[in-house]
Ligand binder design. Sequence first.
Ligand code: HEM
Length: 333
Amino acid sequence: MSTNVIDKDRGTAVLPERIRRFPFPFRSDSYRYSTNVEPALKAVETEAGEWGSRLLDIDEHYLQELKERDGVLNRDPTRMQVLPHMRPAVWDAIATLLPAMAEEHPEAMSFHREGNVCRWGNTLQNLAIQFTIGDDDSLPMSPLRFLGSQIQDDIALLDHREDALWLDAGLVTFAADWSFGFDVGMKFLEVHGPVPRVHEEHIITRAHQFLLRLQPGEKYRRTNWTMTVDRRLDTSTETYPEWAQDRATVAEDPALPDRLHLRVEVQHLIRLPHSGAVLFLVRTHLLSLSDIAEVPAWRERLGRVLAELPEDMAEYKGISRYREAASAWLLAL
Ligand code: HEM
């Protein structure tokens, strides 16, 4: 028996990891924005398996995605920016995330710290280095680029001042249709300016109030979703001419179920203990409609969500030209 198919006799799913661990985000047949923030690290059971027990998720795409990030940064350095006052926040993020990753993945990673001197080992990259917290020259590259070379997540850092949060640093190579270079230096409320509905519904102002009150060390998370043609992680405004055309043609393509992916971001929100900055991590997961269809409950639910989604939300997410075709394929199976 193949391990990639549903074992119909027993009614249990023997599915590949990419499906079992996928953070399927829909809990009902319709989707609306909400202040969907919950404590991090709590495992969530789905119809196919489980996700969410870890802060830093490493999967089969680890090395490939980090290579892709490196390429994006080499081609376009604006994807990483650190306003000068954010240097301590970057070190705070390193001192918070590397030990967490070593604890969650002891078979591959190790972290030891004495005073400010740290040793980091990552067997997935054959890497063993020593560095000193606060000393940029002790790392082989700039501190934020180094952090971005160890974790699959995109990284944003928000400064807390004047009773607001300012997006003053980040390394974002896998943006879903936005531009970090355009948004850097903006306030949290300004960053969300283009999102429909959330302003009338006070979703963003409530999220802002929540984030302002986040206490040092507290970790929360939320999910967000859209769709992407092919396994393309870099769908930023900067590369729009490379990917936008596919959205117009995929509906007619017989390969639609393999080409179209549900794109789910697991986003973590952490108040860093020393700098007081808010760390925002965005881990992007892509799963094709063909894979989604392996789980009957997901197939039906995504089909219904896509059919029911109001047009302004579909338009904003950039899925309006193919969502009907996607929904029809899912519901016809
Ligand atoms: C704290 C760090 C956060 C940052 C830096 C951030 C950043 C962004 C950005 C850049 C966008 C795309 C906007 C555009 O189209 O230009 C976005 C979309 C959005 N954000 Fe946030 N966000 C954060 C947290 C949150 C939180 C806590 C919520 C809670 C409700 C939220 C809700 C949303 C929603 C609903 C969208 C629209 C997404 C879609 O339909 O695809 N964000 N965010």
